[in-house]
Ligand binder design. Structure first.
Ligand code: C5P
Ligand code: MG
Length: 153
């Protein structure tokens, strides 16, 4: 068994789409980013890479490379998954904490959980999601922290 840990955060800005875990969230602001800014998929990608000490997302996808502009974050995730599977491991369970003041994510919990489960080939019950506000301490950003467990295949 291997454990991976990942984090990501993005500043929120007006006029940006808000995609989290591959699901579009209705919001007045969204993450400012070179890619699509999906902080949850970025954190999971880093967690996958960290489990095998493969560095981080920037090594695979430099954020100053033109081909990564507005790139769907699922590409990042799938590349990291391929690295993990190529070394004989597969995701077994995922936990993630999203800190965000607005909007409320509760209504999106099931859709995000099911999408992450589909992407990682897990049962939805193996994907635990926690949503927290910052209590107004960090109203302009979205922060994700995530732990993944891999099992040998
Ligand atoms: O941060 P706090 O513990 O006060 O969050 C209270 C509740 O709000 C939690 O149950 C959490 O699920 C929910 N929440 C949410 N969307 C957010 C932040 C918190 O649904 N963006
Ligand atoms: Mg990111």
């Amino acid at each position: 068994m291997l454990i991976g840990y990942g984090e990501d955060s993005h500043r929120l800005a007006a006029g940006r789409r808000f995609v989290l875990g591959g699901i579009e969230v209705a919001a007045e602001r969204g993450p400012l980013a070179h890619s699509d800014g999906d902080a949850l998929l970025h954190a999971v990608t880093d967690a996958l890479l960290s489990a095998l000490a493969l560095g981080d997302i920037g090594a695979l996808f430099p954020d100053d490379a033109a081909e990564n502009r507005a790139r769907p974050s699922v590409d990042f995730l799938n590349r990291a998954l391929a690295e993990v599977r190529g070394r004989g491991y597969a995701p077994d369970q995922l936990r993630a904490v999203v800190t965000l003041d607005q909007p409320k994510l509760g209504p999106y919990r099931q859709a995000i959980q099911e999408n992450l489960a589909r992407l990682l080939n897990l049962e939805p019950q193996r994907v635990g999601l926690t949503f927290k506000t910052s209590e107004g301490l960090a109203p302009d950003h979205v922060q994700v922290r995530t732990v993944i467990v891999l099992q040998e295949t």
